[in-house]
Design a protein around this ligand. Structure first.
Ligand code: CTP
Ligand code: MG
Length: 333
């Protein structure tokens, strides 16, 4: 049986918070960079609207969910209602429009799981990926951004976790490790369990969206929740400690699914995620908040689960014992 080892947080963990906060500050994009991104979105929208007046270009992913580092690529989603054209046709035509608009390095990836067009804007040097009609991603982007506004510790924690995951090379879905989106959800879940964040999807809904005939709703008046976590005064470094200890020693990989939709841990059994079906192995179970049949851990296989868990343990042990954890944690793999 899986043994749950629980250690007490080291008594001096809080002394490292200023170091982690300065790492956070160094990763946050500047106002200037954000303004540049917005300008590019406006310019691309104009160009695309000339051809498709009823289309709309949305920013999603890290540039819009408030968990983006400086210099990250821009994720865009083109919403277009054209019954005549397939997604692949739209992607190919979009590539032509961008070519004519003097954008560079244009590539239409029509055979990817999510077909996209890649481009680089020579004026700003920014790179973008544009997908088509993936509106659920726009909705989950807003959910993440709304959570980030409730308590600043979420953004700080998720930045450090993402920075760790990138340094240790466990943020590569094509290698069987987890997406940035998954790591942010894991951070939200931890803070929900510690009552630093509420569960917005369990509260009375104030925001409603319909995507492909499915209805989604949650409470989005987050400015009313700015004191929600104030009773809990844990600092960034003790939350980081808790994050890695949870995933190294406390999470029950055989039984549990984390769910920010419910703010709880639910059982694999209840979701029928107890065995492998096709490529879904359910070795680490993270429920998508909207596509609830979607296990964000489905990319993880029997090799990468070992790597992931070893990295969680390494990080937990550094935070427990290392005299200078804010250096060792991010040592390149
Ligand atoms: N997304 C999703 N389902 C996934 C993975 C991603 O819906 N399984 C969507 C989410 O809207 C997410 C966006 O795609 O915000 C981008 O995902 P990802 O690249 O994981 O995150 P970023 O926030 O863009 O992080 P990074 O800084 O690493 O680019
Ligand atoms: Mg991204």
């Amino acid at each position: 049986r899986f043994q749950r080892r629980v250690r007490a947080c080291r008594y001096d963990i809080d002394q490292f918070t200023p170091n982690f906060l300065s790492i956070f500050d160094s990763l946050v994009p500047s106002e200037e960079e954000i303004a540049k991104q917005n300008q590019l979105v406006i310019a691309l929208s104009r160009l695309i609207n000339k051809e498709w007046p009823n289309s709309k270009l949305y920013l999603y992913g890290s540039c819009a969910n408030s968990f983006g580092f400086s210099n990250s690529d821009i994720d865009l989603c083109l919403s277009i209602d054209d019954k005549e054209m397939s997604k692949v046709d739209i992607i190919l035509k979009l590539a032509d429009i961008l070519q004519a608009g003097n954008l560079q390095n244009i590539q239409a990836l029509t055979r990817a799981r999510v077909p996209i067009v890649k481009l680089m804007d020579p004026d700003t040097g920014l790179s973008c990926d544009i997908c088509v009609n993936n509106l659920l991603a726009v909705v989950n982007t807003k959910l993440l951004r709304d959570y980030a506004q409730i308590d600043q510790r979420l953004r700080q924690l998720a930045f450090i976790v993402k920075h760790w995951a990138k340094s240790r090379r466990v943020n590569e879905t094509y290698q069987g490790t987890l997406s940035s989106y998954s790591y942010v959800i894991m951070c939200i879940h931890l803070l929900q369990l510690r009552r630093i964040l509420p569960c917005l999807q369990e509260m009375e809904a104030t925001c409603y969206v319909t995507v492909d005939d499915n209805h989604y709703a949650y409470f989005d008046q987050v400015d009313k929740l700015s004191n929600y976590g104030a009773h809990n005064n844990e600092t960034l470094s003790s939350l980081l400690w808790a994050f890695f200890h949870y995933w190294a020693y406390q999470h029950d990989y055989t039984q549990d699914v984390i769910s920010i939709r419910t703010g709880k841990i639910i059982s694999k059994h209840m979701k029928d995620w107890t065995r492998r079906v096709g490529n879904d192995r359910h070795l680490i179970c993270i429920e998508d908040p909207f596509e609830t049949s979607h296990d964000l851990g489905r990319v993880v296989d029997k090799f990468s689960i070992k790597i992931l868990r070893e990295e969680f343990e390494r990080a937990a042990n550094i935070l427990q014992y290392d005299p200078n954890p804010s250096v060792k944690l991010f040592e390149p793999y």
